[in-house]
Design a binder for this molecule. Structure first.
Ligand SMILES: [Zn+2]
Length: 385
């Protein structure tokens, strides 16, 4: 009896000690986790869907991304608000931020959009039936009332969805009047100046409105590429679209941000007419895709610094990073779309971004990340820069 009682007592002590130890360990790991989380840099990711995926499949994918360290999705799911409601609910249930990634000036042909609302190049060809470079380059003209109304209504409906935290604009620009250097070979072009086929918009609305404003008849100018006012006029057309959409989205109580070309001065203004340091967005996601410009990871730091400085450090800059999907084949690949950061470059790219003032990074795309990329990524994101 005594022995048994003693044993019982001893067991109880052991059990109590065990419980105390467990609690101590649990709080230790929790505090380790929260310390780890506190040092974590914000990570965004461009992703698309949902295709034919079921809710369970979407949830599993989102849980996986969350576990890997992604905080916010820039989700491309078309223009139907119902899709964003469904997918946004799942994103929220796993603790992810949810921004809708929807192209702006590039719009496919559809009944709602009149052919005359599309942009016209210096040769007089419309992007509606003769798009530059690739078939999907069906850019709208920013001057047209129809364009403005279509975009306002489309983004307003999506911003009104409860699960949507922010609208993410993309293709908020003119077609590339100059292609990024890394793309010249792919398209067999030497873009040493602004050529007529890629120079937009010379529609009646744009040219008339410019004449009223400046007194210059751009159609009668021998070399329009030398007219500074004409360049500024077109930067302003895009800036005005951004202002309009900012008002629409803010009136729904949501944030608005956008994917932009690096710069703005070094690249964005020159090649796609984005004077984005004048814009009204809540955050900027420069696509610091070094391989497209035949540059290295050090350049990512330089353009991040330019972005942060241009915005006077007043708005967050999230550095967009382009991932190489098949690192072993990179040197054999001719198409820059298959280039991008190798696993051994990723830590450097993240460090360059963060040390130069970025408020986070954005991956293009998680699907392109290999096992080796994720390993390098984990080392780089739980750090104070
Ligand atoms: Zn126009």
């Amino acid at each position: 009896m005594i022995t048994k009682a003693k044993l019982k007592h001893k067991d109880r002590i052991n059990l109590n000690t065990f419980i105390v130890l467990c609690i101590a360990l649990m709080s230790l790991t929790t505090s380790c986790d929260s310390a780890k989380e506190q040092n974590k840099i914000p990570v965004y990711a461009w992703v698309g869907g949902p295709g034919e995926s079921t809710d369970t499949e979407i949830k599993e994918n989102f849980e996986d991304l969350k576990a890997k360290g992604i905080d916010v999705l820039m989700y491309n799911g078309g223009q139907n608000p119902e899709v964003y409601k469904r997918v946004g609910k799942i994103a929220k249930s796993v603790g992810l931020g949810f921004h809708t990634w929807i192209p702006t000036m590039v719009q496919g042909r559809k009944d709602e959009l009149k052919p005359e609302w599309y942009a016209v190049n210096r040769k007089g060809e419309s992007a509606y039936d003769k798009p530059a470079y690739v078939p999907h380059y069906t850019f709208l003209c920013p001057s047209k009332k129809g364009t403005q109304e279509f975009l306002s209504n489309m983004y307003r409906k999506v911003a009104a969805v409860e699960e949507v935290d922010a609208i993410h604009l993309d293709y908020i620009r003119f077609p590339d009047v100059i292609l990024a250097r890394g793309l010249w070979d792919k398209y067999g072009l030497v873009m040493d100046k602004e050529y007529p086929a890629y120079d937009y918009c010379y529609c009646d609305t744009c040219t008339t409105s410019f004449k009223e404003k400046s007194g210059i008849d751009i159609l009668s100018v021998e070399d329009p590429t030398q007219v500074t006012e004409w360049k500024q006029f077109r930067y302003d057309l895009i800036t005005n679209i951004v202002s309009l959409l900012t008002e629409v989205v803010h009136s729904e109580g949501k944030q608005i941000n956008g994917a932009v070309f690096p710069g703005p001065n070094s690249i964005a203004k020159k090649i796609v007419r984005q004077e984005w340091d004048k814009w009204t967005l809540d955050a900027y996601f420069p696509m610091n895709y070094n391989d497209f410009y035949l540059e290295d990871t050090k350049w990512i730091g330089e353009v991040t610094k330019e972005a942060v400085t241009s915005l006077d450090n007043k708005k967050p800059v999230i550095s967009g990073l382009f991932i190489c999907p098949n690192p072993k084949n990179k040197t054999k690949e001719n198409d820059p779309e298959n280039h991008g950061l190798l696993p051994e470059e990723l830590e450097d790219a993240i460090r360059e971004s963060m040390e130069n003032g970025a408020a986070g990074i954005c991956l293009f795309t998680p699907n392109r990340m290999t096992k080796e990329h994720w390993e390098a990524f984990e080392k780089a994101i739980y750090k104070t820069y």
